[in-house]
Design a binder for this molecule. Structure first.
Ligand code: FRU
Length: 526
């Protein structure tokens, strides 16, 4: 198998080369310390998950079990840059209010780090590793992750018989080994049609997804693979594979194969790409119309997605989270005590559009609980004059939800200037001339910490005559769902404290605001 050298692999190897692995480990975060966390530092997101301290990247092992949602995540327990990767852990009863728990699966110093992976409920003890009361409930939690050594990446299994509180590595590890240094990020799911477990992982440098199956979660057989087109560049990481109804029609289901690509995303650097097609238990066939590349997010900060396993059947949703950063600058973001944040959980569905089937995303319905109070409601048409910027004096804030319907009319551009203060602003606009939605963070506050950070990131809309925006603004991030989630843009921003104004603007013509509602959102940490 041809191998390419890659900057990413160099990053993965570098830690070993620098010998950081020999450093002492302090893996348990004392509960007392956790309790002291205020989650109120400047830029500390108020309704997005961030670790109490230190570095976090990908969400891992998202699973629902016995009334709790689990969020595991790539975590360095020892510092604010990538290294010593272990699985951090938090639980929640609504995917929004999280309780931090100690590190779930620590690195094995000198041997391997714990890279990304997934978790599932072994409902019927197929693994034989569940030790609970068999009659009452034979189930347990299983995590399957990449054990990343200097020159090898293999898949390992760990199990927990106490609702994820402690984990034991399976003594028969590895459970999958292709003798490759870039074989990683296993996502496991139960394939109901074929009555078997399926694992999708990647050979990152070859941009290849590989499919395994198993009856007992411990013995896995390689069955098939799916490769990128010849022109695809970069690495594939963190794959996912799930079936969704198109337009809610259970008789028309398609499979979505997700691969996170590093680099090569529309906004530069890392981003989430997907294919829509069919999967027969061993092979995926891409049915995306020729010439189309499907991307989940057009902002610069959405990567390494992971979807929840085992949501109750009566729930029926497919929900994922992504890490809101970009490998171009993840180690340099200007927060001090902690680094890295997760996106809001988003519900996924497939829609048929004239140009093909595509994912749409919306924030989970539970986000309504974040609303503290309504600050403004405006309905009916309000006209913005040419080159007018209306400062909404009553409106300011660092944590807001905005729903708006804007019509550019004969204006060249219409939109919002968010986190406005002095020369600082983050512009969210619709350009009617280019039929684009964009976020411009060039003057958003601190941008100089990495040359790749500053910029204007955009997506083309199917139509721009009437545009619906649904915006979640946190202390240092912006998630914009456009036209009911057809397009999403996710961005980190680092404004100065006090830059918290909002302006509506219309450029070179009269734009219309058909409706506008703004809520102040509360903190999930208090
Ligand atoms: C994606 C990734 C994964 C890997 C993990 C290591 O961001 O590179 O491929 O498992 O991060 O932290």
């Amino acid at each position: 198998m041809a191998r390419r050298s890659s900057p990413k692999l160099a990053r993965h190897r570098g830690v070993w080369d620098r010998g950081i692995f020999c450093a002492p480990l302090f893996l348990v975060i004392a509960p007392a310390l956790l309790a002291q966390q205020t989650y109120n530092e400047p830029w500390r997101p108020q309704f997005h998950f961030t670790p109490p301290k230190n570095f976090m990247n990908d969400p891992n092992g998202l699973v629902y079990y016995q009334g709790e949602y689990h969020l595991f995540y790539q975590y360095n327990p020892q510092g604010t840059e990538w290294g010593h990767m272990s699985w951090g852990h938090a639980i929640s009863t609504d995917m929004l209010h999280w309780k931090n728990l100690p590190v779930a699966i620590p690195e094995v110093p000198g041997q391997y780090m714990i890279y990304s992976g997934s978790a599932i409920v072994d409902w019927h003890n197929a693994s034989g590793l569940c030790a609970g009361d068999r009659a009452a409930d034979p189930s347990c939690l299983i995590a399957i992750y990449t054990a990343a050594g200097t020159d090898s990446q293999k898949q390992h299994l760990a199990f927990s018989n106490n609702r994820g509180r402690t984990w034991t590595n399976y003594e028969g590890n590895p459970i999958a080994d292709l003798k490759q240094p870039d074989f990683r990020d296993p996502k496991v799911f139960w394939d109901e049609a074929r009555k078997k477990w399926v694992m999708v992982a990647v050979l990152a440098d070859e941009r290849k997804a590989v499919f395994f199956d198993s009856q007992d979660l411990k013995t896995w057989v390689l069955r098939g693979s799916f490769e990128a087109a010849a022109q695809e560049k970069g690495q594939w990481e963190c794959p996912d594979l799930f079936e969704l109804a198109v337009d809610g029609n259970p008789k028309n289901k398609k499979w979505v194969l997700v691969v996170n690509r590093n680099p090569g995303a529309p906004a530069g650097g890392t981003g989430t790409r997907y294919f829509v097609g069919s999967f027969d238990g061993t092979h995926f066939v891409d049915e995306t119309p020729a010439g189309r590349e499907l991307w989940a997010d057009y902002g610069k900060d959405f990567y390494a997605t992971n979807s929840f396993s085992d949501l109750p059947p009566q729930d029926g949703r497919r929900i994922w989270m992504g890490w809101i950063s970009n490998w171009q600058y993840a180690n340099r973001e200007p927060t001090a005590a902690w680094r890295g944040a997760q996106s809001l959980p988003r519900e996924l569905s497939l829609r048929q559009f004239p140009d093909g089937i595509a994912l749409v995303q919306k924030p989970i319905a539970e986000t309504i609980r974040l609303r503290e109070r309504e600050l403004l409601e405006l309905s009916g048409v309000s006209v913005l004059m040419a080159s007018e910027a209306v400062r909404m004096a009553s409106l300011r804030g660092e944590t807001l939800e905005i729903e708006a319907q804007l019509a550019p009319g004969d204006a060249k551009e219409i939109g919002f200037r968010l986190r406005k203060g002095g020369a600082e602003e983050t512009v969210l606009g619709i350009s009617s001339t280019t039929r684009e939605v964009f976020v411009d963070r060039t003057r958003s506050g601190q941008v100089a910490f990495a040359p790749e950070f500053s910029g204007r990131h955009k997506a083309v809309l199917r139509q721009s005559s009437l545009v619906k925006l649904h915006v979640f603004l946190d202390r240092s991030s912006l998630e914009v769902f456009v036209n009911d989630g057809q397009v999403v843009l996710t961005e980190r921003i680092y404004p100065s404290p006090g830059s918290d104004g909002i302006e509506l603007y219309s450029d070179a013509g009269k734009g219309k605001v058909l409706s506008l509602t703004v809520w102040k959102l509360g903190s999930v940490w208090r």
